[in-house]
Ligand binder design. Structure first.
Ligand code: GLY
Length: 582
């Protein structure tokens, strides 16, 4: 029986390969072979349950709706991504980009779809410098120059066509409905509008969509986005061309050029997603699969965990534990600043940075009784506030097929303007490049030439969609939060290691060190007074900030097949486990 299973599984893989290379959906051969697998009693069967956690209840529901229509987790991921673009416009959107980390169980495929925005062809290294050579943050954060060429629409089309079972038009339906019929805005949406109200008000068409006579609309008032519904319908009908060519592309370019922006139709036509091999590594007995460059997320996460593997965190008191974790973060973020950028443009010593011996060397520079001042590492010192940007969702079915996706338009409501007639909010992801030496981006992150602006280059990201796996459990997780995304995923990974549940990972009290500024940032309630004093006594600077992050996590228990899901209580998302097929 076992060899029969292997034979049939092999045939399914071949058939899938054939389907992918021919671009054919619902191959009859694949379906026939899947039926054969179930007749022969092999372990591949129709998933009957799934867990979804996302930043908005309507996005979670869109995922289940598509699963019930016979979609797989990748179709559901398309539906959730598109729904979030409509119902959480502060965090992500068709005008932005993101990373979808996929695992397909039957052929054990792990892949990252890189839909990160790209710099326009006319972009150049000094485009955000003022006459004195200083970075002009107004230009890189607000308005058309701040916007990279969107990758989200291409990512959705790729995900659907290569990995989905249903037509793109089906998977986009919930999002189109939400955009057309509208939805009730929540308190979080109101709060994020407050953060960007002045910028939105500079653009009358944008203000007309999101504000009420220039003010924040009441809670539960209806937000309808009819132009956005039309743009989604164009994509449903014409696929990638429905966004990157034709009338939508014309309107996008016209809107950008009208504000003296630099997008051209060629920028849109040239945009391609890239499939990348995810970063993989281990921490103790856990396999970690996470984002590859142009996201720094996977490398910084693995480097910090490799450093911590040399330290017995269980043998020290709470204050020392947090000190040691902060010191690991400091070193990993320091390497982020020194080395990381888009590997299509620069050489990055990735193998060295995630090497266990390299981490051992770094860990030996950590003193248990003292914080290491940054001067000993080399660096410079700008300081900026963090943002409340981006979104994440996690999905897994009971077969183990899964997607972790972190999607962004960068700061809340991106560049703050909608391209006229499209409903598409432009991103301000260009700010994630290094605009000037010694100047941090909107999150205070510094960097070097590796992350300098160049035409068609992808800006360095911190988004960290991640899978964790040990002998008993598989976790799928991630969060928004700018530079703090990686440290949040790190703390959740340590909590997974301690045997805790998704409910616990998303609740972990957060603290963060990103090398520059040289301080431990902690959320309200993240550290006790005793811990703050203890860390100060070790030589750390500390700063309290608001509660941050919005982690969405799901888990499969491999021993009994049970699923669980959790949505961060700091947000207003929904986590749910539901029956799909009997
Ligand atoms: N937009 C935030 C990031 O990509 O890191």
């Amino acid at each position: 029986m076992i060899s029969a299973c292997i034979l049939v599984k092999g045939a399914v893989m071949l058939s899938s390969f054939w389907k992918q290379n021919k671009g054919v959906k619902n191959s009859g051969l694949a379906s026939l072979l899947l039926i054969l697998l179930s007749i022969t009693g092999c372990s591949v069967k129709q998933p009957h349950q799934a867990a979804i956690a996302s930043a908005h209840p309507l996005a979670t529901q869109a995922g289940f709706e598509i699963l019930r229509q016979g979609g797989n987790v990748y179709d559901a991921a398309v539906a959730i991504s598109a729904a979030l673009a409509v119902v959480e416009p502060s965090g992500s959107g068709l005008g932005g980009g993101g990373f979808w980390l996929l695992h397909r169980e039957y052929d054990n495929l792990d892949i990252m779809i890189d839909g990160r925005e790209k710099a326009p062809l006319a972009a150049h290294k000094n485009m955000f410098l003022d006459t004195k050579g200083n970075a002009n943050k107004q230009l890189s954060l607000n308005g058309v120059l701040a916007a990279g060429i969107p990758g989200m629409p291409a990512g959705l089309v790729h995900l659907s066509e290569k990995y989905g079972k249903l037509p793109l038009a089906t998977s986009l339906q919930p999002a189109i409905r939400y955009a057309e019929q509208g939805f009730a805005i929540d308190t979080r949406h109101q709060k994020l509008l407050g953060f960007r109200k002045n910028i939105l008000n500079q653009h009358p068409e944008t203000a007309a969509i999101f504000l009420a006579q220039g003010e924040i609309p009441d809670k539960d008032s209806l937000l309808q986005q009819r132009d956005l519904a039309q743009t989604l319908k164009h994509m449903a009908k014409h696929g990638k061309q429905g966004f990157y060519a034709g009338s939508v592309a014309d309107k996008l370019v016209a809107a950008v050029q009208q504000d003296n922006g630099i997008w051209t139709l060629d920028d849109l036509l040239n945009y391609q997603v890239v499939e990348r091999k995810p970063m993989t590594g281990s921490y103790k007995n856990i396999k970690i699969t996470s984002a590859a460059l142009p996201s720094s997320g996977g490398i910084v996460l693995l480097e910090a965990l490799n450093i911590l593997e040399n330290i017995d965190l269980g043998a020290v008191n709470n204050i020392t534990r947090k000190h040691l974790i902060s010191e690991a973060m400091r070193r990993a973020y320091h390497d982020r600043a020194l080395y990381l950028g888009d590997t299509d443009y620069v050489d990055v010593p990735v193998d060295r940075l995630i090497n266990k011996y390299y981490a051992q060397g770094l860990s030996s520079s950590i003193r248990v009784d003292k914080a290491l001042p940054n001067e000993y590492l080399t660096g410079h010192t700008p300081e900026k506030q963090g943002g409340r940007n981006t979104t994440h969702f996690s999905i897994i079915d009971n077969e183990g097929n899964r997607v972790a996706a972190t999607l962004s338009i960068n700061f809340p409501f991106g560049a703050g303007l909608v391209a006229s007639g499209t409903g598409v909010l432009l991103n301000n992801e260009m700010d994630d490049f290094v605009s000037a030496k010694n100047s941090g981006n909107g999150y205070g992150l510094v960097g070097g030439d590796a992350n300098a602006i160049a035409p068609e280059k992808r800006m360095l990201s911190s988004m960290t969609p991640t899978f964790l796996e040990n002998s008993g459990r598989i976790a799928v997780l991630g969060t928004p939060g700018g530079s703090r995304i990686i440290s949040m995923v790190l703390l959740a990974t340590l909590d997974f290691t301690a045997g805790n549940s998704p409910e616990s990972w998303v609740k972990v009290k957060r603290f963060h060190h990103q090398y520059i500024p040289d301080q431990i940032l902690y959320e309200k309630g993240g550290l006790s007074t005793r811990e703050v004093e203890g860390l100060q006594a070790l030589g750390h600077q500390l700063k309290q900030t608001y509660n941050y992050g919005n982690m969405q996590a799901v888990q499969l228990d491999k021993n009994n097949g049970s699923l669980s899901a959790a949505s961060d209580q700091r947000g207003e998302g929904q986590a749910s486990v539901q029956q799909i097929h009997k």
